[in-house]
Design a protein around this ligand. Structure first.
Ligand SMILES: NC(=O)c1ccc[n+]([C@@H]2O[C@H](COP(=O)([O-])OP(=O)(O)OC[C@H]3O[C@@H](n4cnc5c(N)ncnc54)[C@H](OP(=O)(O)O)[C@@H]3O)[C@@H](O)[C@H]2O)c1
Length: 259
């Protein structure tokens, strides 16, 4: 049976930015699918936070790079809620090793591209098809897809070139699906975080502490998962229903060219 509340599926919602988005959207009245791949205890913690906000939750283990896993996650979501209103492609991993691209191993390229680009591409394709079905039955429903990209989409980091290439691809993915799904009034946008305090950046904390203090970002502080989460909530919550194919920078002004 179809849930009476809107449903948001967030990939990589066990930790970091994904958890922040899950809790923010739960607070805004969405039931949540918490996707994770390796850390069930972290996913359970996010799920607990969703329930504390009075919403229903499904925990879905799925490697977004795997077709079988993506298909079973969508089947579980259909079974649990019978609907989907928001997909957030958030799951990603950094380069397996930080080395100059002249020495970068192919294994890292393959895995990073599979998780950070192929996964979102085919998950968006599958959820997009489902949303088109939903649209045929319901002309009024608000349907949104949000991709969490990065300043690495346009900033060269030669020590993690595969990550940058994947994020650049995600920018085009946003444009492509925005165009393809626009006739069905399904919006596809991108939120582009800067330097955010999560496990992904924990290993380079001291370096970024220094760079931020020196003014790397005009707003001289670390971003928090909640900064990104609030932008996602704003995009899907009704104030941006005439916006598609857009990128919102949540980066403390990092993208400003300065002299
Ligand atoms: N942190 C930053 O400064 C920053 C800046 C710009 C953009 N971003 C982007 O923001 C997003 C979230 O980053 P984060 O910093 O929150 O990362 P994080 O703390 O490392 O968390 C990554 C999340 O993705 C999940 N995940 C990893 N591989 C997966 C896979 N194959 N299938 C499904 N889930 C998978 C992890 O699940 P498990 O817990 O099960 O491992 C975890 O929930 C990413 O797209 C990242 O590129 C981050």
């Amino acid at each position: 049976m179809e849930s009476s509340s809107p449903v948001a599926l967030i990939t990589g919602a066990s930790r970091g930015i994904g958890r922040g988005i899950a809790l923010e959207l739960a607070g805004a009245g969405y039931d949540i699918v918490v996707n994770y791949t390796t850390r069930p205890e972290a996913a359970a913690e996010t799920a607990h936070g969703v329930e504390e906000r009075g919403r229903r939750v499904l925990i879905a283990r799925a490697d977004v790079a795997s077709r079988e896993d993506r298909e079973s996650m969508i089947a579980e979501t259909r079974e649990a809620f019978g609907r989907i209103d928001v997909l957030v492609n958030n799951a990603a991993l950094s380069s397996l090793v930080r080395v100059d691209i002249l020495d970068a191993p192919e294994e890292s390229f393959d895995r990073v591209l599979a998780v950070n680009l192929k996964g979102p591409f085919f998950l968006t394709q599958a959820v997009g098809r489902w949303m088109v079905e939903i649209r045929k039955r319901d002309r009024a429903r608000r349907l949104h897809i949000v991709n969490i990209s990065s300043i690495s989409e346009y900033t060269a980091s030669v020590l993690r070139g595969d990550y940058c290439v994947a994020k650049a691809g995600l920018g085009m993915l946003t444009q492509l699906f925005a165009d393809s799904l626009a006739p069905h009034s399904i919006c596809v946008n991108e939120v582009r975080p800067g330097i955010i305090a999560t496990d992904m950046t924990a290993g380079v904390k001291e370096k970024y502490d220094r760079l931020i203090a020196e003014g790397l970002t005009p707003l001289r502080r670390w971003g928090q998962p909640e900064d990104v989460a609030r932008a996602v909530r704003a995009l899907v919550g009704g104030d941006f229903d005439f916006t598609t194919g857009a990128a919102i920078d949540v980066d403390g002004g990092f993208h400003i060219r300065r002299l």
